[in-house]
Design a protein around this ligand. Structure first.
Ligand SMILES: NC(=O)c1ccc[n+]([C@@H]2O[C@H](COP(=O)([O-])OP(=O)(O)OC[C@H]3O[C@@H](n4cnc5c(N)ncnc54)[C@H](OP(=O)(O)O)[C@@H]3O)[C@@H](O)[C@H]2O)c1
Length: 255
């Protein structure tokens, strides 16, 4: 049953991994999807084609969320896509998902690594959301993707997790300020999931995978569909009274 006909979601980093699964889950609920990619156009187009096969409607746009100077031009292309594909000038759901992993001990983290993580996970989320506000409908929803690593600490993620912690704080402020427009804002924090993220460690390194499974209540590492499903649940019509919250989807990591 399509419960979300007429709704449109913008998912950053929707070409692979978690964003791809989110796009497919939302499309199955009847939501139109605009997904962005940074460099991997072929994979982005493949997701768009898969959604079309499901009978849904989707489009892909290039965007580097770490470069604020490119946002105005992106928004012009987004407006064109909304008009051309949906005959609309605004959308309903924003999922700030795009991101990269950098593994370095606190002692060895360089300023370049810090800035890369800050730009994509914090500054980009802050200013992209700010610039998109006029395009989000009143009553819309925003989800910021954080990480289990903002709740528990593992060596090597000091800079990454600090940025994720910052968007968790930002989420509460957005929920408060955008409440006047009935826009909900929440954090979805995945645990360790088998994707290309961080060089595909959780998926491809059996030692890491076993470590994650051993420290997870449900006894395995996460899969992209665990997160695609969680987003679809959060953005379903019944999720409208949840705002300013951090929802962790980790199968119970480090409880
Ligand atoms: N996987 C995990 O274990 C895990 C756990 C907790 C949180 N997360 C978070 O979940 C989100 C998605 O991770 P994932 O596992 O799906 O990673 P992934 O499989 O590596 O996919 C990353 C996606 O983000 C895009 N992207 C990367 N840098 C970008 C940039 N500067 N501008 C725009 N798009 C960019 C990529 O586009 P291209 O394909 O064009 O490169 C791709 O679509 C991230 O925010 C990550 O921090 C992941």
């Amino acid at each position: 049953m399509n419960t979300q006909d007429g709704k449109i979601a913008l998912i950053t980093g929707g070409s692979r991994g978690l964003g791809r699964s989110m796009a497919l889950h939302l499309a199955r609920q009847g939501t139109g999807v605009i997904l962005t990619y940074r460099s991997n156009r072929t994979e982005a187009d493949a997701v768009v084609a898969e959604i079309a096969k499901l009978g849904g409607r989707a489009a892909s746009l290039q965007l580097d969320t770490a470069i604020v100077a490119g946002f105005d031009e992106f928004i012009a292309r987004l407006r064109e896509t909304l008009t051309k594909t949906w005959g609309r000038d605004r959308f309903n759901f924003l999922v700030n998902n795009a991101g990269v992993g950098v593994h370095a001990s606190f002692a060895e983290t360089s300023e370049v690594q810090f800035d890369e993580l800050m730009n994509v996970h914090l500054k980009g989320v802050f200013f992209l959301t700010q610039k998109l506000l006029p395009l989000i409908v009143d009553g819309g929803r925003i989800v910021n993707v954080s990480s289990g690593l903002a709740r528990f600490s593992l060596p090597g993620y000091a800079a990454y997790a600090s940025m994720k912690g910052a968007i968790e704080v930002l989420t509460k402020y957005l929920a408060k300020e955008l409440g006047a427009r009935k826009i909900t804002v929440n954090v979805l924090a995945p645990g360790a999931i088998e994707t290309d993220f961080g060089g595909g460690q959780v998926r491809d390194n059996s030692e890491v995978n076993r470590f994650v499974a051993a420290n997870t209540a449900l006894g395995r590492a996460g899969l992209p569909d665990d997160i695609g499903g969680a987003i679809a649940m959060l953005l379903s019509p019944d999720g409208g009274w949840i705002t300013g919250q951090r929802i962790e989807a980790s199968g119970g990591m480090f409880l």
